[in-house]
Design a protein around this ligand. Structure first.
Ligand SMILES: [Zn+2]
Length: 68
């Protein structure tokens, strides 16, 4: 299980419901919630490749269209 630092628990926790996201600055990060307190936690995985950024952008755009 991936872990991240929870600001509220002030400790390393397992990421619950982890979801990979590409940040605007081109970094890949894992977003989820702390299993102890429910606070949102995230962890930077590293730089996303150009293909990953493009794939994610296309995916997010189609999701936005579906939601609208
Ligand atoms: Zn926590």
């Amino acid at each position: 299980m991936p872990t991240a630092r929870c600001m509220k628990c002030r400790t390393q926790v397992e990421i619950k419901d982890p979801e990979e996201v590409i940040l605007k600055n081109g970094l890949k990060s894992l977003k989820g919630v702390c299993p102890n307190c429910g606070t949102k936690v995230s962890r930077i995985l590293g730089k996303a490749s150009e293909e990953e950024i493009k794939a994610k952008q296309a995916e997010q755009e189609s999701e936005e269209k579906e939601a609208a």
